[in-house]
Design a protein around this ligand. Sequence first.
Ligand code: AMP
Ligand code: MG
Length: 418
Amino acid sequence: MSKTVHHDCDCPTTGLLSVDEARQRLMDAMSPIKGRERLTIRQALNRVLAEDVLSTMEVPPFSNSAMDGYALRSEDIPASGNKILRMTGASFAGKPYNGQVGANECIRIMTGAVMPDGADTVVMQENVNADGMNIEINDHIRPGDNRRDAGEDIHMGDTLLCAGARLTPADMGLLASTGVSEVTVCRQLRVAFFSTGDELKPVGSTLEPGEIYDSNRYTLYGMLERMGTQWLDMGVIPDQRDAVCRALQEASEIADVILTSGGVSVGEADFVTEALEQLGEVQFWKVAMKPGKPLATGTIGKAYFFGLPGNPVSAMATYYQFVQPALYLLMGTTAPEPLIFEVPSAVTLRKSPGRLEYQRGILERDTNGQYQVRDTGKQGSHILTSMSRANCFIILPAECAGVETGERVQVQPFAGII
Ligand code: AMP
Ligand code: MG
């Protein structure tokens, strides 16, 4: 077991690393976990594919109608004026018409029903006059209208999804549409976490003077559960070196990743760093971001360690900027490219130059329907309502010295639709 401590904060001007640089350096030292399993496609939602999936069939499997209407031969479309066609049968979804469509003939056809032999075009029922025996068509129809071709979506042998894809609801449907019922995915990432602090009490207990409820284990639970990890909540560990050592040791034996919150600054009661120095390898990142610094990372045995700051907003912001992308990497996939764009600020925003800030914002539309953003009010790293009320981060670059109303700022929404 090594006992190395590194300090990574060598930015020439500030002594701090930029967020991007820190994230890159941190992730360069990691590689995906090994192990795979075979799951039904439903079980595989949010999981990461361990191998490419190729289609073994054409989709659609047969040429079919895109509309309720009448199938006919394009040769029968009149060059000008109207024409009468005789109706000789019907093709329903799942109940094909087995005959041939001949000259001056048509059949009734429903959406998704097989295109009958001979016919290559469908006219919508709204565009014909029908009397039950015959239909009258006009010259507005174009050959091939309203026909979906076999293989138009997917060809046999096409790569449907690549190894490393994290399966979405659309992917569930895509796999099902080609008859795939099981896939091979990377095994679930095991993440153990605990809070440190003598002042912390779990919900359900009564607070004594000086105590507060532990909130970080609940935010961490929410973020880890949503990512589809296999999480293990190890509770609150008191500020005692031996207790923290035992918890870290135990976590390193059962988990791929250990997350802690609190106890990583240089306060007197910060035992996490001491324990880590004893058990494994630690690296400190002094990152030029607010809220957030400091961040401790390292390894204990085979497990990766992330020590998040104790302040609840700092813990979340640090998780989103560093831990989440790292977890994606370990899971065998890449973090979705963050959606960041610029909108005008509806308010003035206070900021001192020096560190990049993730202020908490509310992205909304103004009376003209244009997006704008305002902050959530108080921005302290202990103000958890600022995260709960927000729907985005407002990202203010390190050099920014405040924002006037109407100035454009970068926003990063919390949620996409998938
Ligand atoms: P620390 O990083 O341990 O120095 O803690 C910094 C601040 O965050 C202190 O005010 C702690 O009481 C608070 N804090 C630490 N851990 C948690 C937690 N799990 N839930 C809520 N607040 C916490
Ligand atoms: Mg503490």
